[in-house]
Ligand binder design. Structure first.
Ligand SMILES: NS(=O)(=O)c1ccc(O)c(NC(=O)NCCCCO)c1
Ligand SMILES: [Zn+2]
Length: 258
């Protein structure tokens, strides 16, 4: 099945997932010169219930935290969105070294990792229904850079890594409010795009935070210690699970800031 290796990676996804060659694909490279400041863009807000966090898992392609999205319990509002979008899961993409790993690239800068908080629009009934709508899903993207003053909140996710070392491992992950991961600034870019993994549906309003958060070198090492394989198979480091930037095809990228 699809993955990030040469025989099943991003360049070949379109063979089984035709949407991958669409004209609203993600990620993209953001060039500040092509971005348009939109003063009508509202600030975005979240109200997350820490009790909605359920489990953390290694699905062989990423490390994912899953939340209870059976009602409007943890929601994202505002920004380019209309209505409240329910938080469903968060996951990360990262590289084999600190100089790359993010999916979106900002003025040529690749970050060490990129965290995605995935929300869906309940007006479409359920997540599967939301995938078929242009306003179905909203993902908040946060860039991670390696530094010396790591965010203590990242610790919580990375402490659990030891319990989900191999593919298929899942552990309880409760009492966690992901809004503690947000940087100080609420500045963001927004554009319309897709899932960065197959089937690559073009149903995502991307909200990318301008200010990266810091993680420590050993926190990155911990992330890279995850294995793509199940426990009874050879360790295959789960790294470089990022899709490269896709053609912008004339799309407008708006900034909430000047
Ligand atoms: N990167 S994204 O556009 O924010 C994104 C948001 C929500 C998703 O569900 C996926 N896809 C996903 O998690 N696939 C990996 C394992 C699937 C099990 O085989 C990607
Ligand atoms: Zn993602």
């Amino acid at each position: 099945l699809w993955g990030y290796d040469s025989d099943n990676g991003p360049a070949r996804w379109h063979e089984n997932y035709p949407l991958a060659k669409g004209d609203k694909q993600s990620p993209i490279e953001i060039n500040s010169k092509d971005v348009r400041h939109d003063s009508s863009l509202a600030p975005w807000h979240t109200s997350y219930d820490p009790g909605a966090a359920k489990t953390i898992l290694n699905n062989g392609r990423t490390c994912r935290v899953v939340f209870d999205d059976s009602f409007d319990r943890s929601v994202l509002r505002g920004g380019p969105l209309s209505g409240a979008y329910r938080l469903r899961q968060l996951h990360l993409h990262w590289g084999s070294s600190d100089d790359h790993g993010s999916e979106h690239v900002i003025d040529g800068v690749k970050y060490a990792a990129e965290l995605h908080m995935v929300h869906w629009n309940p007006k479409h009934g359920n997540f599967a229904g939301a995938l078929k709508q242009p306003d179905g899903v909203a993902v908040v993207g946060i860039f991670l850079k390696v530094g010396t003053t790591p965010k203590p909140e990242m610790k919580r996710i990375l402490e659990e890594i030891d319990k989900i070392k191999t593919k298929g491992k899942e552990a309880p992950f409760q009492h966690f409010d992901p809004s503690i991961l947000f940087p100080k600034s609420r500045d963001y870019w927004t554009y319309h795009g897709s899932f960065t993994t197959p089937p690559c549906e073009e149903c995502i309003t991307w909200i990318l935070l301008r200010e990266p958060i810091e993680v420590s070198p050993d926190q990155m090492a911990k992330l890279r210690s995850l294995s793509k394989n199940p426990e009874n198979e050879p360790v295959m480091p789960l790294v470089d699970n990022w899709r490269p930037p896709q053609p912008v095809k004339g799309r407008m990228v708006r900034a909430s800031f000047k």
